[in-house]
Design a protein around this ligand. Structure first.
Ligand code: ZN
Length: 247
């Protein structure tokens, strides 16, 4: 294949631009913020689960407390009713009075036990409330951490994308003047050769694969017409001769 030396040199400009675009894309993909966001999001999700569990625990304990207080109230009102009957004088049988007194003594003991339960449940209720409060605060904080990391990522995205847009406009200007057949070979090689399709010949080396040519090989290169599109014998990339190539 033949191409004007100036177009071959433009290919090196295009290569530099494409490499820059590759770097920008790589930077965009590997921003440290991606890992930060993943971790912060995982923390946030885990905390969300913990808050749900703590709220369920709080709900259960609240119901338990209501039940314990109702139990106390039931015993208390039964004892009060008994006391009222005894005080009213309506119960005259000594046997019945004795039974009522006996029952109230049991009820008093029962009330004491139930009040102990109420106290114990209240303590648990308090710690359940504290846990919900603490976890909710941590959950809110974790959302802020996610949002901050996303903000930093988006700022870097914007910076990278702005530069990439500019580089792409430069690319268009260069790509537009390169002959189509040369462009086609370059693009194919670029895809096959890890992003580098064209390399400069410099100090007897292919700058694509760093191979140093022997004097004989170098002399053969020198003998080639300037408009012949050369390929590196080692890596196959388009080998571009410039003013600094010594040919
Ligand atoms: Zn090479």
């Amino acid at each position: 294949m033949n191409a004007a030396p100036a177009d071959q040199i433009r290919l090196l400009d295009l290569q530099a631009i494409d490499s820059r675009l590759d770097q920008l894309a790589h930077r965009r993909r590997t921003l440290p913020e991606h890992a930060e966001i993943d971790k912060a999001t995982a923390d946030h999700t885990a905390l969300k689960d913990l808050v749900v569990a703590a709220q369920a625990q709080l709900g259960d304990t609240t119901r338990e407390q209501a039940k314990a207080e109702a139990d106390v109230e039931q015993v208390r009102s039964r004892a009060a009713r008994n006391q009222q009957r005894m005080d009213s004088g309506a119960v005259t049988s000594p046997k019945d009075l004795e039974n009522l007194q006996h029952e109230n003594a049991s009820l008093a003991k029962r009330q004491g036990d139930l009040e102990d339960i109420v106290l114990e449940v209240m303590e648990r209720l308090e710690s359940a409330q504290t846990r919900v409060t603490e976890l909710t605060a941590r959950l809110e904080h974790s959302a802020v951490v996610v949002a901050e990391a996303e903000g930093r990522r988006d700022a870097k995205f914007a910076e990278i994308d702005t530069e990439a847009d500019k580089v792409r406009r430069d690319r268009e200007a260069v790509a537009n003047v390169i002959p189509a057949d040369l462009m086609k070979v370059y693009l194919r090689l670029r895809e096959q050769q890890g992003g580098t399709g064209a390399a400069r010949l410099y100090q007897r080396r292919c700058e694509g694969c760093r191979t140093e040519f022997s004097i004989t090989e170098f002399n053969a290169i020198k003998a080639e017409p300037a408009d012949k599109v050369l390929r590196c014998e080692n890596c196959g990339r388009i080998l571009v001769r410039t003013g600094e190539s010594g040919v």
